[in-house]
Design a binder for this molecule. Sequence first.
Ligand code: TRP
Ligand code: ZN
Length: 475
Amino acid sequence: MRTHWREVALLATLAGVLGCAPTTDPPSLADHRLDDPPPALSHRPGAAGIGDPDFPTDGNGGYDVSHYGLVVDYVPATKQLKGVTTIKAAATQGLSRFNLDLAGLKVSGVRVDGAAAEFSRNGDELTVTPAEPIDVRSRFTVKVTYAGVPQAEKDSANLGTYGFVPTPDGAFVASEPDGSKTWFPNNDHPADKATYDFKITVPAGVTALANGELVGKPTTAGGKTTYHWRERHPMASYLATATMGKFDLREGRTPGGIPETAAVDPRFKSALDKLYTVSGEVTDYWSKVFGPYPFSSTGGIVDDFAAGYALENQTKPLYGGFAPDASIIAHELAHQWFGDSLTIKRWKDLWLNEGFATYAEWLWSEHKGKRTAKAIFDELHAQPATSPIWAYPPGRALPHDLFNMSVYTRGAMTLQALRDAIGDTTFFKLLQDWTAAHRYGHVTTDEFIALAERLSGKDLSKLFDAWLFQPTRPA
Ligand code: TRP
Ligand code: ZN
């Protein structure tokens, strides 16, 4: 229900006249004036950013998205995308207007709860002014119709090209950290997770792959095929994908029984069986080490865009232009727990993703009877104090250099140092308790340290400070 504040303000004024309001104390600054709307129902613009100080305009304030319904029609030959995004959200404040993140593309219409809304564009911000303001805590639906040729983001530091990247036969879609705005309007920050439906229409013969599982069989009409995918677990927008192209598929279940989809661009046909088999084996093994698999399916996609990186897209990691070895598969699938199920609230805590996924590579090596995590740690620890790996403490990822090697390597070393300090039994119990306590939720570094201290009964502040926050090489 959407009660207009003026009606309520009138009631408040009457209450004042009738003597219910205090008359003796002079009003303080904190008191609102009687002719103002009552605070709980006042409406003001939602902030242009969600509150991550390192990325001030990423995400938006004032609402929380619960579901995205994406309808996308893409024509690889012209790179034209036509989209309708339906967003279900709840207002966390009274909203006179609010923002979505969207880069490029032309918006032709916005509706809020079915009524046409005004909108304007400013940089990557799409500002929506609904016909009626939205009350705090009320649920509302936003429908954005848009079209155009998506433009990928390019980062000069260490991200390369990301977002919606056209390929000759479709598109490679990997959006970390803030590239989902290159293909659909959204609250583009991991602090707001939501479930997704994807209805993707492509020329017949092209396969469209997204997160989660297929709903029904793809339907073909008039030379176009529509795929409906659904991710029913909360997902950060940077993990959403609609990767399209010619693909060879292998589908089934892991030995442990988890539904699995592996897909490779025909250029990587010979990599399909290994991708399928190793992804299944890794998913099952991590389910024992890290706790139950958080999602309803697993798998992976190899596309022919030579990104030179992989991304842990929820349920279907994406490998950009190479046949992945077991180590990187182990890394991306470890992210299904660390990053995807447990998601960071602020980018500065990125080591909770990358340090853990890198440590998982070492655990995989150890599991396979190759070098132990400790041996890998020792070799790295022996690097001279002047090595750049010690110059950059990983506990606070820097906005202009998020994916610095230290966040990965020294982040992983932090976990080995912790394992040495608390012992294997407590360490592996900690990993399981950590994933159980925050399943589908959000995490911070402080929460991890607190849990490690509680489970071990040790004061670990010196260890974490030395490994995560001090510039010099820890002893
Ligand atoms: N998170 C990815 C990994 O380590 C790497 C990555 C960083 C990335 N930024 C990206 C991938 C941008 C794709 C797009 O597994
Ligand atoms: Zn990673």
